[in-house]
Design a protein around this ligand. Structure first.
Ligand code: HEC
Ligand code: HEC
Length: 185
């Protein structure tokens, strides 16, 4: 339909006018490609600018790589000093890796707004700001198998792996038996 009218127009129009049509189409295409949202304005990446590879490797196997800024440096120290008894599991690492990750966490910890001194259980999910931000999430919702508790950030924050927790990327899984695969960027 569009091609037909285009052909009809080009037949009747001069080559000069046709080249204008092409130029405008090219311009339109360029503008729409350049204007494509990669990161929405005002959305923050809460991960540090450079991710430590060993943090990603060792601390994102059982849960996602929590943004270091969400706990104070002193709280990260406590966590790193107790890895052999880590929330009911053994997450201990060799001395060099432990030191590398600890140093990096000290540098990048506490950057998120209103980070508590030491939240209960050294948990992000028990920090006052976290409880407040999630006060509208009912117990029944946390308990859905597709969510399985507040630690599973990516169940609702579809861009959590990218450090993006902004409101527009939240999708709360409704069906209780659906398996949620975090959305691609
Ligand atoms: C062997 C699996 C495993 C590894 C490896 C692991 N963790 Fe965990 N982590 C857990 C479990 C299990 C919990 C508790 C989850 C829950 O309560 O649902 C947890 C919880 C946490 C929490 C608290 C989450 C909250 O409730 O806010 C932090 C922080 C954390 N881990 C940091 C780390 C860091 C840092 C590393 C790397 C040095 C690491 N974890 C490696 C299993 C692991
Ligand atoms: C049950 C789904 C769910 C889970 C799981 C969840 N959140 Fe949220 N999160 C929400 C909702 C809903 C809000 C509130 C949005 C609003 O009203 O502004 C929110 C808000 C936030 C905000 C504030 C966003 C902003 O721009 O104001 C942050 C940061 C956040 N969550 C981090 C986390 C982290 C970190 C985890 C995992 C440790 C997590 N959330 C787990 C649903 C969830």
């Amino acid at each position: 339909m569009f091609m037909q009218s285009l052909r009809a127009r080009t037949r009747t129009s001069t080559p000069h006018r046709y080249s204008w049509l092409l130029a405008w189409s090219a311009l339109f295409l360029t503008v729409s490609l350049v204007g494509m949202p990669s990161a929405q304005a005002g959305e923050k990446n809460l991960q540090p600018a450079t991710m430590l590879p060993s943090y990603q490797k060792e601390c994102a196997g059982c849960h996602l790589a929590f943004p270091p800024g969400m706990l104070a440096p002193a709280t990260w120290s406590r966590i790193m000093q107790g890895l052999e008894k880590h929330y009911g599991t053994d997450a201990s690492l060799d001395a060099v890796t432990t030191t590398d990750i600890s140093t990096w966490l000290q540098k990048n910890g506490g950057t998120y707004k209103r980070v508590d001194a030491h939240p209960p259980g050294n948990r992000i999910t028990e920090s006052a700001w976290f409880v407040r931000e999630h006060r509208k999430v009912r117990a029944e919702v946390w308990a859905r198998p597709s969510i399985n508790g507040p630690v599973n950030c990516a169940a609702c924050h579809t861009q959590a792996e990218l450090g993006n927790y902004s409101e527009r990327n939240i999708r709360i899984p409704k069906e209780i038996d659906r398996i949620v695969i975090s959305a691609k960027p």
